[in-house]
Write a protein that binds this ligand. Structure first.
Ligand code: PLP
Length: 517
């Protein structure tokens, strides 16, 4: 993978032989330190972090499976054994315990046999930045709590907006795509209310949201949270592959309009969670523009295409959206959490602002020398400075490199599909625009009903073995297995090895099924 050859190598953990961690922290003079990070504990802090990072680096270097196994009883016992009411054991012991309890039993998304959900390996500079923002504990709700942090977040939002093609867009970092989608629909509802001038009580029952049935569940959950009717989310038909059909959208819009309904938003998905399909945004935007309807593009998964050297065209038309969700913690290789909601027209965001006297008083917000308070834009109050992670990643690697990694995982999906083309037992289902591969284990002669039953059991047995992790899903009513490829260092051979586990597990289960028949 040429792109990776030129990538800055992940720094090996500094093998610093640190001074012994003072444990519990003690100070030669004055009252005993509180265990909080202050001027007096700065050396203890450094020693503790070095030691913690060294241990973790060893694990990264040596873990040989995506997990140590999911034995619920064993894990419950380990978690229950810690005495939370006992006297403190000191930071060194507590962190050593966290290493053996948590890290030893974690799921490792960087492992090449982890192919299950939308979890990415994370960029090294972002992980270092995470340690930084955690220690300083900036909250980006108001300028007076964050100073440069607010400006860095604003610059990154503006940068993302530019990549989308918005001129003068706005937005805010959120905890994830679920929250970004909720906020987008909240803003759309605000606009619908303002446009109609009707009281909320009479408008709400008539508000509709349109998406395909592959839209993320947070869309219908958000509609419910926003007080919309149970049947407010209407399904737009798709083409044979599963992408939204713009003509069907136009027809449905006209139909709902004639019925007296108000379509509050159309949600197009740029990268469906299951199949990684990108709805055709440009023709959809033509329809929504003509109808004057809010277009939200949920690019939680496909947002990385914004920096892709070879696949940016999949997002053509996204510049016409009213709002866009981008999850940096998926295809931008950022640690959880890191997402943004970006809007084309800053007025849409401002319309939903809330002003509190103790934070961002309305009178000051309107004044000449108003301080930039991000809380005006957010559903959260206290909020992490997640933007620092993306900032350091962009500065360290450059956007082109991130985009090349997105291309690499999409290329990997194509190669895996090709690898399976002639396979008699493993059948690829449907197509993808991104990096998922959906398949079904069904050797010749195995009846559909038996195969239906088998897929979830294969996933479970692999999961229990800890040796490989795949997901399962149902496509058009057919149970399948799913690979989500988000590691650009994973090779076709790595995936092929997992697929051999899938086959072996499936054959074993089949043998068992036949034995009990
Ligand atoms: C993952 C995903 C979400 C939800 O994002 P979170 O960050 O998990 O809250 C929303 N939409 C799509 C299309 C997704 O793939």
């Amino acid at each position: 993978m040429a792109v990776l050859a030129t990538a800055p190598a992940p720094s090996t953990a500094a093998r610093r032989q640190t001074a012994t961690v003072v444990d519990p922290p003690q100070s030669p003079t004055g009252p005993a330190p509180s265990g909080l990070l202050t001027a007096r504990t700065s050396e203890d802090y450094a020693a503790l972090l070095h030691r913690t990072v060294d241990r973790l680096a060893d694990r990264f270097a040596s873990v040989d499976a995506p997990s140590a196994g999911p034995d619920l009883e064993r894990l419950r016992h380990l978690v229950g054994a810690a005495d939370l009411d006992g006297p403190g054991v000191g930071s060194g012991a507590a962190l050593a315990e966290a290493d053996s309890l948590y890290a030893r039993n974690a799921v490792w998304f960087h492992h090449p046999a982890y192919l299950a959900h939308l979890n990415c390996p994370v960029a090294v500079p972002a992980v270092a930045a995470e340690a930084m923002l955690g220690a300083i504990n900036t909250s980006v709700d108001t300028y007076d709590q964050s100073l440069v942090g607010t400006l860095m977040e604003q610059r990154l939002v503006a940068w993302t907006a530019e990549r989308i093609g918005f001129t003068g867009g706005d937005g805010v970092f959120t905890s994830g795509g679920t929250q970004s989608n909720l906020q987008a629909l909240f803003l759309a509802r605000t606009r619908a209310e303002r446009t109609s001038g009707e009281p909320r009580s009479s408008l709400l029952p008539r508000l509709r949201v349109l998406s395909t049935d592959a839209a993320h569940f947070s869309v219908s959950r958000s509609a419910a949270l926003l007080g919309l009717d149970e049947d407010a989310v209407r399904t737009v038909a798709t083409d044979a592959d599963g992408r939204m059909d713009p003509r069907a959208l136009r027809t449905l819009l006209a139909h709902l309009h004639a019925a007296g309904d108000t379509v509050m938003a159309v949600v197009a998905t740029a990268g469906t969670t299951d199949r990684g399909l990108v709805d055709p945004i440009a023709p959809i935007a033509e329809v929504t523009s003509a109808a004057g309807v809010w277009l939200h593009v949920d690019a939680a998964y496909g947002g990385g295409l914004l920096v892709s050297p070879r696949r940016r065209h999949l997002l053509d038309g996204i510049e016409h959206a009213d709002s866009v969700t981008v999850d940096y913690h998926k295809t931008w290789f950022q640690p959880v959490s890191s997402s943004a909601l970006v809007v084309r027209d800053p007025a849409d965001l401002a319309a939903a602002a809330h002003h509190a006297d103790y934070l961002n008083p309305a009178a000051e917000a309107a004044s000449e020398d108003a301080e930039p308070n991000q809380v005006d834009r957010s559903l959260q109050t206290t909020r992490r400075f997640d933007a620092l992670k993306l900032w350091t990643t962009l500065r360290a690697l450059g956007p082109e490199h991130i985009g090349s990694m997105v291309d690499a995982i999409c290329d990997l999906a194509i190669a895996v599909r090709a690898h399976l083309e002639e396979d008699p037992d493993l059948h690829v289902q449907g197509t993808t625009d991104l990096s998922t591969v959906i398949l079904r284990f069904q050797p010749p002669g195995v009846p559909d009903a038996v195969a239906d039953d088998l897929q979830a059991r294969i996933r479970r047995d692999l999961f229990r073995s800890g040796r490989a992790m795949v997901a399962r899903t149902t496509i058009d009513g057919v149970p399948c297995l799913k690979l989500t490829l988000l590691n650009p260092e994973t090779t076709v051979a790595d995936v092929a090895a997992v697929l051999e586990h899938v086959r072996a597990t499936g054959e074993q289960l089949l043998a068992g099924t036949e034995a009990t028949r």
